[in-house]
Design a protein around this ligand. Sequence first.
Ligand code: SF4
Ligand code: SF4
Length: 319
Amino acid sequence: MRGDPKPARLTVLYRGPLASCDQHCPYCPLPTRRDPPDALRADRDALARFVGWASSAPVAELSVFVTPWGEALVRRWYREALATLSHLPGVRRVAIQTNLSARVDWVADADPGRLALWCTYHPGEVEAERFLRRTRTLRRHGVRFSVGVVALPGHLDAARWLRSQLPGGVYLWANAAEGRSYTPGEEAAWTALDPLFGYSVRPHRSQGASCRTGEDVVSVAGDGTVRRCHFVAAPIGNLYDGSYCAGLRPRPCPNRMCDCHIGYVHLRTLPLTEVFAGGVLERIPAGWSPSPTEGDTSTGRTVTGTAPVRSWRLPSSSR
Ligand code: SF4
Ligand code: SF4
């Protein structure tokens, strides 16, 4: 809207109507379905509209995180949109959550300094060596990425194997499975792989807490509806008529708990924006970055099989 102050910096968590996935994880928390052709067309059009907005966005520094309800990189329009967004002058970072099931050669068309991927490995759904090969391709192109696993007991060996195959500088995260509690032994086993697992293993009390969402981080739906985050349904405006600008302001979290990394990472009661400084969207802690060939078994270099030693202290609120 004319006259509303424009944000200097904005992070958009974009989620279009796409809701289909090429994998069938039994533990999938998302309401995935089969998208008929008209739904796919609507998704493609919504994304094109968003990229059009981003190319002339009244924001000095824009970051975009695509968080689809399904797998988006099997769709050409997402690959093209990410490459396009990565080259826009005002875009600082463009990241996406993916199961890495699709080929990744398209990253050659993107600006590797601004593109980043959050890659989830789903044992049993994708061939492990193929998944690993794709991470090597990302490294070859200099694209930042993290790799993660859902922390189910049946995934522990696969996660250990993956850790042993990835260079030490690649951060491997573990997400606590929804609704599951962990024994101290289980928590220790996952923490040995992901030193930050303690943040995921229990939901964070968030009601009344200060959270950056709604201020300089927002969730945007395919029709442009802007919400503070994916977990609070009340809209604060629309992206395409500019009405969201008037809605951007500090406000406490209305939800009792926040248990999803893409949400609680923005809580000011947690130190995670500092822990993940420079890699909040793609979930890469500050200081983790592999050299293009570091510890790559394909090059015959040594792999230690352990994550680099880090000394983050978990605040009591996250325990
Ligand atoms: S890859 Fe992700 S979206 Fe697809 S079925 Fe598995 S958990 Fe669900
Ligand atoms: S704490 Fe979580 S649920 Fe609450 S506003 Fe922030 S992201 Fe949303």
